[in-house]
Design a protein around this ligand. Sequence first.
Ligand code: FES
Length: 133
Amino acid sequence: MKINRREFLLLTAGLAAGGKALAEGATVAAGAGKVVNIGLPGKFPADGVYKDFRDRGIFVVRQGGKLLALSAICTHRKCKLTAQADRSFYCPCHGSTFDADGHVTHGPAKKDLPSLTMLPNEQGELLVTLPGS
Ligand code: FES
């Protein structure tokens, strides 16, 4: 289940009001998914793939001035992907590969990596919503 911007703002405002602001790196459940605070956009200054949040299932990609969050979980059977030097992604479990935009370039995976919703909070930190489990 996805949350819309209004629900998102209410959630983050509620957390802040409760004295439990979502600190960088923290995760909180939101509906069917979880929200991860990946920090300020300045943490990702140059084009490339940032692996800081791979263990949380997120690759942050800066490309041509745009910042996006891609799932770091293989769409075949949910293994964690590794980022390659050429900005592609490799699955060590069965060998699937994905290009820098998350498109499948080699199976057995058939589905592209999903782009994850990323919205700023009041402090300008980016909050990424993981798919529900
Ligand atoms: S889990 Fe990634 S290729 Fe099978």
